[in-house]
Design a protein around this ligand. Structure first.
Ligand code: FES
Ligand code: FES
Length: 178
């Protein structure tokens, strides 16, 4: 039976087994390969997406669990790579091999959407489930601080929306290599 959900602002209907992981649906059924497969056991964070704005591991999330829900992937984070986390990542030249980085960015984006000025310990806590084999952790922490600054500059005092909600979430291809 087809399962309906909203991916990057667009309604999607997928006819797959209900226990198929969301990551499989994204990559293999929908061809959205910006979200990466690392461990398949919620241990590395490479597969991180937002489910209703919460950073979540798509490798252990059955597609049936997101029926009717809003999912945001790296491809939908912004229409033009202008999300403050993407801007900070580019400015700080964070990635090395890049494989973990879409997951890192999604975790960081969820953090700054709810924390205006995250401390080092808040950042470390929010990012601890995202493993980087290249050891880019120092730059990640600096970039999250920078992303929070950029986020605060983008949000007007009268606005209560985070940048993810304020942007038009058209699906665009901004993910890394497959
Ligand atoms: S692939 Fe999902 S946490 Fe590693
Ligand atoms: S940049 Fe290579 S694994 Fe993180």
């Amino acid at each position: 039976m087809a399962i309906q959900l909203i991916i990057n602002g667009k309604p999607q209907s997928v006819d797959v087994p209900p226990n198929m992981p969301l990551l499989w649906v994204l990559r293999d059924t929908l061809g959205m390969v910006g979200t990466k497969f690392g461990c398949g056991m919620a241990l590395c964070g490479a597969c991180t997406v937002h489910i209703e704005g919460v950073a979540s591991r798509s490798c252990i999330t059955p597609i049936s669990a997101v029926a009717g829900k809003k999912v945001t992937t790296i491809e939908g984070l912004s229409p033009d790579r202008n999300h403050p986390v993407q801007r900070a990542w580019i400015e700080m030249d964070v990635p090395q091999c890049g494989y973990c980085q879409s997951g890192q960015i999604m975790s960081a984006a969820a953090l700054i959407a709810k924390s205006v000025r995250p401390s080092d310990s808040e950042i470390d806590d929010a990012m601890k489930g995202n493993i980087c084999r290249c050891g880019t952790y120092q730059r990640i922490r600096q970039a999250v601080h920078r992303a929070a600054e950029l986020h605060n500059a983008m949000v007007t005092p009268s606005s209560t929306e985070g940048p993810e909600e304020a942007l038009d979430l058209e699906t665009v291809e901004v993910g890394g290599a497959a």
